[in-house]
Design a protein around this ligand. Structure first.
Ligand SMILES: Nc1ncnc2c1ncn2[C@@H]1O[C@H](COP(=O)(O)OP(=O)(O)O)[C@@H](O)[C@H]1O
Ligand SMILES: [Mg+2]
Length: 323
């Protein structure tokens, strides 16, 4: 069966001021040619350090941003070819859950209206009574209660606010949800609850997820496949188990080595790969392989040519050193 989402050579550049004394505008290459597919019912994890372009990728895929280049096909529909006025039916099928449950909910709206707004926009309720019932049902689905509908976001904990965000996303019965670091801002103690809820919802409603996270530990159990991003590009993509067992890209290896292993003997034996320096600027990324400035194994070719994204058999990697 054809994948539900197909992202091809997607780029999103931002024009930004070149600096205090510069009259030119520079291009910040937040997403610079990424391609992948997601099957129906699948979770694709998208992982990378802060600033590598994950949120921009998510927002461009659901056309909250217009792309600089490339295509996204959703269930056979090339979404950037649609006139913006015809996006509404697709907006119903694609939803996004945001990282910060404090910033993403309007503080002046009641929970009932936050969850009910998409029902209104898409005209999904025939009457006030039906709208109210739908809101209550949605709150129930995410583990909240009908009484919560008359309250305001500030009266809730971080975990509860993220549940409100999930209820709002579910209101339109989407097929595909982009979860942008949905648990990063939450206490560790409640992260698992939110993850479990998202997994149960996926099973019950046959949802497809793009699950964005900044470290590999967060996506290990939730994702069927994982894409690792570095400075606007995907450097490696493989099945979750395969990526953990057999990471090929030096950046993936470094990210994995940063995750503690619960077994103290294994942990003591292990060699950590320390990533030195910061991620370079996406305004002026290194020529050749973008990771080479932090890669201990970099060779001459790495500063000369951009490595291709090569398929090793359901395992893709962009590295000159992997053959
Ligand atoms: N609206 C914007 N205008 C200009 N630059 C942006 C904008 N949004 C993000 N960026 C820049 O794009 C890069 C990628 O950001 P982002 O997609 O938020 O990364 P991540 O989600 O992986 O932390 C960063 O350098 C960031 O500063
Ligand atoms: Mg982000």
């Amino acid at each position: 069966m054809a994948p539900l989402i197909e992202v091809r050579n997607l780029k999103k550049y931002f024009a930004i001021d070149g600096g205090l004394f510069s009259r030119t505008r520079a291009l910040l290459k937040a997403v610079d040619d990424i391609s992948f597919t997601i099957d129906r019912g699948e979770t694709l994890g998208l992982v990378g350090e802060s600033g590598c372009g994950k949120t921009t990728a998510g927002r461009t895929i659901c056309r909250l941003y217009e792309p600089t280049a490339g295509s996204v096909t959703f269930d056979g529909v090339p979404i950037y070819s649609l006139p913006p006025s015809e996006m509404l039916p697709l907006r119903r099928r694609i939803q996004m859950i945001f990282q910060d449950p404090y910033a993403s909910l309007n503080p002046r709206m009641t929970v009932g209206d936050i969850v009910g707004e998409p029902i209104d926009i898409h005209g999904l309720a025939q009457s006030k009574q039906e709208r109210l019932e739908m809101v209550h049902e949605l709150l129930h689905t995410v583990g909240l209660s009908p009484e919560h509908a008359t309250r305001f976001p500030h009266e809730f904990s971080g975990g509860q606010r993220q549940r409100i965000g999930v209820a709002r996303a579910l209101a339109v019965e989407p097929e595909f949800i982009i979860c942008d670091e949905p648990i990063s801002a939450l206490d560790v103690s409640i992260q698992a609850q939110v993850i479990n809820m998202l997994e149960e919802l996926q099973e019950k409603r046959k949802l497809t997820y793009l699950f964005i996270a900044h470290d590999l530990a967060m996506v290990k159990h939730t994702s069927h496949r994982i894409a690792v991003m570095y400075l606007g590009k995907i450097v490696e993509l493989a099945g979750s188990a395969e990526l953990y067992k057999n990471p090929q890209h030096p950046y993936t290896q470094a990210l994995l080595s940063a995750i503690p292993i619960p077994d103290p003997d294994v942990e003591a034996e292990r060699q950590r790969i320390i990533l030195e320096g910061d991620v370079p600027s996406p305004i002026d990324p290194p020529i050749g392989c973008r990771f080479r400035t932090r890669c201990k194994m970099a060779k001459k070719i790495c500063s000369e040519q951009d490595p291709e994204f090569v398929n090793l058999g359901d395992h893709y990697v962009a590295c000159h050193l992997v053959k």
